[in-house]
Ligand binder design. Structure first.
Ligand code: FPP
Length: 258
């Protein structure tokens, strides 16, 4: 009857509360999250938008801990896009302050937990204080190995590709690279995510079915998981549901089932 289920999924253990146990052998190496729905979460409670972003930081803390506990190697979160500058000045300023506050408040624990903090995006465009705190966090956690927490800040998938093209073109113009040598590996090496594997799983809360200029190159074969839950309500049990669903998927990368 359940012949479509793999042997592995049939043999998966059940937890005390009746939910399924994660298969630790088949966890995604890299999870990416579009932390969406903060504004709607706040509006539905009659609160200012910034209260939603502040609540979103608590979700981030919980999900970072879950990734550490469960052995997920890389977590990339979309915290501020190149388009988010269009928002009212107070919201942008509030988000930048939250980032600074988060890094100051969490750094000791991130260090203790073995989290390596990185950032991707046009970081030079961020306010000075944010850049300084990011640099401090980067330096102080550089040797950590349990989880890479990649904060996408002033990030846009298109601007990342523009920046990569500019750097590659500079090498070509200097005669240091032959255009015929440009392949996918070369392009990968000039992205902000150079050296990291592509995300295996993209999670988008708040029900939107968009990529929103996030990791456009890297998401080529990523599995998507969308939920109606707003990001400030998203907790490790929701991550567990996404991971269990991911573990049922058959990834073929354009090939055929063997
Ligand atoms: C999108 O929700 C969310 C953002 C633009 C900001 C995400 C930031 C955080 C979760 C907190 C700050 C992050 C760090 C690293 C400290 P939205 O505002 O577009 O929500 P809406 O679509 O419901 O309006």
């Amino acid at each position: 009857m359940f012949s479509f289920l793999t042997k592995r999924s049939r043999s998966r253990k059940t937890r005390e509360d009746g939910s399924q146990e994660l298969d630790r052998e088949r966890l995604p190496r890299h999870v990416a999250i579009i932390m969406d729905g903060n504004g709607r979460w706040a509006r539905s409670r009659g609160l200012p938008r910034l209260a939603g972003h502040r609540a979103g930081v608590e979700s981030l803390r919980d999900i970072v801990r879950a990734c550490v506990d469960w052995g997920i190697g890389i977590l990339t979160v979309y915290a501020f896009s190149t388009e988010n500058w269009k928002r009212p000045h107070e919201e942008v300023e509030g988000l930048m302050n939250l980032l600074v506050e988060y890094l100051r408040r969490e750094l000791a624990e991130l260090r203790r937990e073995g989290v390596q903090v990185r950032a991707i995006g046009r970081l030079e465009g961020l306010p000075r204080q944010a850049r300084e705190e990011l640099e401090r966090a980067r330096k102080e956690t550089a040797a950590n190995k349990r989880l890479i927490l990649n904060l996408a800040l002033n990030y846009g998938g298109r601007s990342e590709l523009v920046d990569a093209c500019r750097r590659i073109a500079t090498l070509v113009a200097r005669g240091e690279l032959d255009p015929g040598e440009i392949d996918e590996e070369v392009i990968n090496n000039f992205l902000y995510t150079a050296g990291l594997p592509d995300p295996d799983l993209l999670i988008r809360p708040s029900g939107e079915m968009r990529v929103s200029n996030f990791l456009l190159w890297q998401l080529a074969y990523t599995e998507f998981w969308v939920t109606d839950i707003y990001w400030p309500d998203f907790r490790r049990e929701d991550l567990r549901r996404a991971l269990l669903d991911y573990q049922q998927r058959e990834r073929r990368f354009g090939g055929l089932k063997i």
